[in-house]
Design a protein around this ligand. Structure first.
Ligand code: MCN
Length: 763
């Protein structure tokens, strides 16, 4: 096996000293001379006509430079928000979306939408003056519930979106599924709701825009996950050519999908910087972020699973409602692509039929959020499988054994056209069962019962697609300078994933030189390299693999140059540990020798398909029936992510993902008031954030099957944790409650909800 960790790197992240000593440079750390400050006036209504915006009193406030409104946005032509829903739906249907001027014009569609931008000398002046902007609204009926939005009597939100239906499609074979259901021994039915959550990266959004009139170029500092998507979308929103949009970004404090695309605020700041001839800076408050950073999930699945007498799966049917909020956000497409790709999970399910409906609602737009559809489909399928096991009285692990795609069937094409590369699910399962002592559960349950606790066990076996991206290729430029430093340029941007370490390890490994000699350069200002951003757990498979290819290229080109020095043929040159040698010569040419006089630069590229990381997680929980509080008492994870570059980072990714999933399971949920459309969870007073201690001691093991898609043999890992943890934790609570005849409520499983479920049932 191609062991990427053979350099004996101790796993420590090279970026951490900078980040934990306060030397990181985040978006709001950028300042420039003469900069002005922006403050957005935001809608306090869910749905209303804008009758008038009076900016005069605010404009007279000391320090105010100018106030921009929807009129300015329309004048600039910044009205068509880019979205990625390019799929063709039912009967050739294309996605429909309302116009979205970068500052609302004539109408507001969710609480928090930017209506005006006040620009002043100081942040305080901008904020104080914003209070004086008087907006006259005419309220309209709103709808925030996605099922409600599709009801016949729902208020109609946009002429461009009849019936509030933005998109509709179907996949699979409806007739084959109907036939299978007709002869089924048992049908399991469930409504599975993956709740709406707010990602809340540690770094709030911020943006500083400077306009250079002579070159008509905008210099932009904002958080990002990579340059190509953000630049492309902002260009499409504003019609400013991509080469006139230059991003300079230092560190990014978390992204989770939410930082990948263009937000209207960035374009509004471009209008202001251009008009005022001065840089304009805006820093989002946390409460603004909760209202306007894209939310995640909110997918409702009505699922049915048909089984035969032996517990073999015959067919599955899912009716999806996918809420994407008031507009179609740039990250929307993933919710359909990723759920379709892995719709049958790790199981052989011969027939499948699914429908999708995407409504618009008066809510914050929803975008990609760690997993972007993968956790939602895994939650739906795993919930059906666990419920079927309980209904039929079959052990949940045994039901899985009967239905796994056998290792010999790979590469496996799923009924929805997903092409799974390889996996050893039986191996993963048995390893996890042993690690978690599955068989010993009953004894532990009895033990818990003795001290008055309800104990439950949950299991999930999941697979997801990682790697494939929208960019035509992933490109990496490798540079070698006279000092022997190797710089590696790419267009993905880490937001915490540690690429400065892992990409450097990949190159150091290939070149057999110390890690300290490698410098990873992410998204250099003005870069024209092509490639995907960091998302979809694709960076290692994509850019990481190309780092390896680029290093190989440097060796090959180096051999050609060294041959001249050594007076031999390139084929007679050997390379190892940073040195070129030849059996025909006593001389040694070091890497640095090649770059005397001239930095060497080579470009490499690659295009890779999807890889399919998979795993089995098993969790045990204890519920205190007196308080309803759930404690996770055991969490085991066995994952196949192919070859591992950095075990420490991978473990961290897994822990982060698992706890992020646990946040959704036990507390996180964005709630809107049904009557008024007001968000009720718009600050950390009301919105639950998970803490590391939520799941103490995750025990993990690796079970790699090497990927052939990537030359490194790697599969992605960034999202695996939350894909597996949501079904396993809900499953464990479900199990504990079901044993005492209590129906498990929907997420989030807060103490109050669980207590009510228990006491309601026993009352
Ligand atoms: N890795 C490895 N060996 C492998 C696979 C990955 O050592 N076989 C390492 C990688 O080299 C990288 C890290 O693990 O340092 C994650 O790699 P990968 O799975 O390729 O995912 P990406 O780098 O593309 O990161 C994206 C992924 C996603 S989609 C979300 S959302 C997410 C996540 O990563 N957001 C995060 N992890 C996050 N971690 C932090 N700290 N902050 C976020 O916002």
């Amino acid at each position: 096996m191609n062991d990427q960790s053979h350099q004996h790197h101790d796993g420590r992240r090279v970026e951490d000293l900078r980040l934990i000593t306060g030397a990181g440079k985040y978006a709001s750390d950028w300042t420039t001379s003469g900069q002005l400050y922006g403050y957005f006036v935001r809608s306090d209504r869910a749905h209303a006509e804008i009758v008038a915006v009076d900016t005069k009193p605010a404009a007279a406030f000391p320090g105010v430079k100018q106030i921009f409104t929807g009129e300015d946005a329309v004048r600039a032509g910044y009205t068509r928000a880019p979205h990625t829903m390019q799929f063709i739906g039912k009967n050739g249907m294309k996605a429909r979306a309302p116009e979205r001027p970068v500052l609302a014009h004539r109408k507001v569609r969710f609480v928090g939408e930017a209506v005006a931008l006040v620009v002043a000398d100081t942040p305080g002046a901008a904020e104080d003056a914003a209070e004086l902007v008087a907006i006259e609204y005419r309220d309209l009926p709103s709808v925030t519930d996605p099922e409600g939005a599709l009801a016949v009597d729902a208020p109609q939100l946009s002429d461009e979106v009849p019936g509030n239906l933005a998109w509709e499609s179907e996949v699979g074979d409806e007739q084959a599924v109907a036939a299978a259901f007709a002869r089924a021994h048992h049908v399991t039915r469930a409504k599975i709701v993956s709740t709406r959550v707010a990602p809340n990266p540690m770094e709030p959004r911020a943006c500083l825009v400077a306009y250079d009139a002579p070159t008509q170029t905008y210099l932009i500092h904002s958080p990002m996950q990579g340059i190509t998507t953000l630049r492309g979308q902002l260009s499409s929103y504003t019609k400013v050519p991509q080469e006139k949009l230059v991003f300079e970004v230092g560190d990014v404090g978390g992204g989770f999908g939410q930082r990948s695309g263009a937000y209207p605020e960035y374009a509004a700041l471009m209008i202001a910087a251009n008009a005022l001839g001065a840089p304009v800076k805006w820093v989002s408050r946390r409460s603004e972020g909760l209202l306007t950073d894209t939310h995640g999930r909110n997918m409702i699945a009505h699922g049915q699973l048909a089984l035969d007498r032996e517990g073999k799966f015959l067919a599955m049917r899912i009716d999806w409602i996918v809420d994407l909020g008031a507009y179609l956000s740039p990250g929307a497409q993933g919710h359909v692509r990723n759920t379709t790709n892995c719709m049958t999970g790790v199981y052989q399910i011969p027939a499948l039929y699914a429908t999708y409906r995407i409504p618009i609602t008066n809510t914050t737009p929803i975008g990609a959020y760690r997993g972007a559809g993968r956790p939602d489909i895994a939650y739906a399928v795993e919930s059906l499988v666990n419920q079927a096991a309980a209904e039929l009285g079959i052990d949940a692990a045994e039901l899985r054994r009967r239905n796994f795609i056998p290792p010999a069937a790979f590469p496996y094409t799923s009924p929805t056209g997903g092409s799974y590369e390889n996996a050893d699910m039986p191996g993963v399962l048995e390893k996890a069962l042993a690690l978690a002592d599955w068989k010993g559960f009953e004894a532990r349950r009895v033990q818990s019962k003795r001290v008055g606790k309800l104990r439950g066990i949950g299991i999930s076996t999941v697979i997801e697609n990682t790697g494939l991206g929208n960019a035509p290729v992933d490109e990496v430029e490798i540079q070698l300078d006279a000092g022997g430093t190797v710089s590696v340029l790419n267009v993905a941007k880490a937001q915490g994933q540690g690429h400065e370490t892992t990409f450097a390890q990949i190159v150091a490994n290939a070149l057999q030189i110390p890690l300290e000699r490698i410098k990873i350069v992410q998204c250099a200002p003005g870069t024209t390299l092509r490639g995907n951003g960091t998302g979809g757990s694709r960076s290692t498979v994509g850019a990481g693999s190309v780092c390896h290819i680029a290093a190989q290229k440097l060796i090959e080109e180096g051999k050609r140059l060294a041959a001249l020095e050594l007076h031999v043929e390139p084929s007679q040159v050997d390379y190892g540990n940073g040195e070129f040698t030849s059996g025909e010569s006593d001389r040694i040419v070091r890497l640095a020798d090649l770059a005397q006089g001239n930095t060497l630069r080579y470009k490499a590229e690659g295009k890779f398909g999807s890889t399919y990381p998979n795993g089995c997680h098993i969790a045990e929980i204890e519920i205190d029936p007196d308080t309803g509080k759930t404690e996770v008492v055991s969490y085991c994870a066995v994952d196949d992510i192919g070859v591992v570059v950095n075990h420490t980072i991978v473990e961290g990714q897994l822990h982060g993902g698992v706890v992020q999933g646990a946040g959704q399971v036990f507390g996180e949920k964005v709630i809107y008031d049904a009557e008024t459309g007001q968000p009720l969870t718009a600050s950390f007073m009301d919105y639950y954030m998970p803490r590391a201690g939520l799941i103490p001691g995750i025990r993990g093991e690796e079970h790699p099957t090497q990927s052939k898609v990537s030359p490194l043999g790697v599969k992605g890992v960034g999202e695996s944790g939350c894909t597996a943890s949501i079904p396993v934790l809900v499953g464990a609570v479900h199990d504990a409650l079901c044993r005492v005849g209590v129906k498990c409520p929907d997420m989030p499983l807060t103490p109050a909800k669980v207590w009510r479920a228990i006491n309601g049932a026993t009352a």
